[in-house]
Design a binder for this molecule. Sequence first.
Ligand code: NDP
Length: 296
Amino acid sequence: MSAAIIDGKAIAAQVNQETAAAVAAWKAKGITPVLVVVLVGDDPASQIYVRNKTRTCRELGMESRQIVLPAQTTQSELLALIGELNADPEVHGILVQFPLPAHLDEQAVIHAISPKKDVDCFHPENVGNLLIGETEGFSPCTPRGVMELLARSGFDPAGKFAVVIGRSNIVGKPITAMLMQKAKGANATVCCVHSGTPDLAQYTRQADLIVCAIGKPEFLRGDMVKPGAVVIDVGINRVDDPAAPKGYRVVGDVDYDEVSQVASLITPVPGGVGPMTIAMLMRNTVTAVQLAADGK
Ligand code: NDP
């Protein structure tokens, strides 16, 4: 059996079209959504992420402002900037690109961004809202992207056994929380496994749905997957490949060649979850405009 591919690029393009229509509707009312992206230092991967976010923002008709600060920026300088952006009524969404240089405290930054402008959905207030099933505000971008991929591929997690591999605050924990919600498009029985789980494959082999987010190249092998399972690969890893033009290639956390022979539906890397993350950020920026308009 060879799995059908979930085309993240095509689904992200669909979502972006919807977002562009929502942006146009706000602009017709005289409001242009504004996303501010703050980059501290010159990490090359972060520069690429920020560039992609800025480009997509503009393609969808929103305004994107980039603020690039030197690597030696102090904690108080960064927090002062966030304070100014929080207070600026023209700014709807604020995103501080992580990782920050080691001397800066990411948790303090997460707490400092106004929950109403927190388009990454990292603030504890928004994380709490997610956990209790509030649907009006922000959604964390990568996990929401995974849920959209499932919904738009016609896979309903309800009543299924889902295994999430990884428990990070950015991916594993929120996906676990989303899949277990008593809500349409969710309602799965969820098990989250991690580095503290002995014999992790005993769980994945029973799963109807596996979401793999651990940052280990090609970790999930074919013999760890039940025939017919749906497999979502969140991982983005660079592995050396002297034959590739850049000397490396990008692979996921799933051994695609093996697992695609066993699964029924699978996301590729690249072109799976990645494009959805940005699409959800764009959607969150429009949500921020709505929250501002509602005075919430
Ligand atoms: P983190 O490093 O923050 O978390 C990794 C998680 O995996 C941790 O919970 C860790 O366990 C667990 N883990 C690590 N090794 C193992 C192992 N051998 N067996 C079981 N569990 C393990 O990573 P992220 O969640 O931020 O990212 C995961 C992957 O997703 C990365 O490849 C990242 O690049 C990618 N990513 C992709 C995005 C996209 O847009 N497509 C967005 C965000 C991330 P423990 O908690 O015990 O340490």
